[in-house]
Design a protein around this ligand. Sequence first.
Ligand code: AMP
Length: 221
Amino acid sequence: MRILVLLGAPGAGKGTQAHILARHLGLPRIATGDLFRAAVRAGTPLGLEVKEFMERGEFVPDETTVRMLLERLDAPDASHGAILDGFPRNRAQASALDESLAKRGSRVELALYIAVPEDELLARLSGRWVCQAHGHTYHEVAYPPRVPGVCDVDGSPLVQRDDDRPEVVRARLENQLGGLREVVDYYRPLGILRVIDGRRPIAAVTADLLDAIEPKPYWRA
Ligand code: AMP
């Protein structure tokens, strides 16, 4: 089982890169934020439980989040592993993940941290649009869709997430940067943390990620 964790603040490009890596490596992308949003849309008991946390830009409680993530990891399409996008978000989630993977004789292979400075994150987040069907992400300035308001990949409408409004963006960033630092500090001493410069163009960040995941032999570098 190959578990790769993608880390980054909101707006660091984590979702975009997770989609690309998933295609490239043939692993499912598991995004806790997408799972929660789908549950809210469908009005399931989980959705009702998490709706208010999400609207306020706060974390959903760990117990609920970990339970949902582990259930998702049990699905057949994740039997060879997964790319985790948006989980773990704090130290408690990281160690809960390790414990449950250890029971399956597995562990996190790498934690890939896409690092972007805070002022750039704020600028990026304000122009983000997401496709309703699969969460493909666009940016008004940096990465616009070919047809405004329509997803290039699946043709579904693009929407601005409630939690991408400026006042919520600031709250989310402050809320999440602390947890992100915790998770980075959790993985660093384990020797599985790789820091990628997220200020570069999308393709360059992808190349750096793939190099970190599958380093080229020196004669091809
Ligand atoms: P995201 O799409 O990853 O930005 O997540 C959107 C929202 O879902 C977050 O603001 C949280 O409310 C919730 N969420 C997603 N992942 C987690 C997580 N690992 N732990 C707690 N809450 C989460």
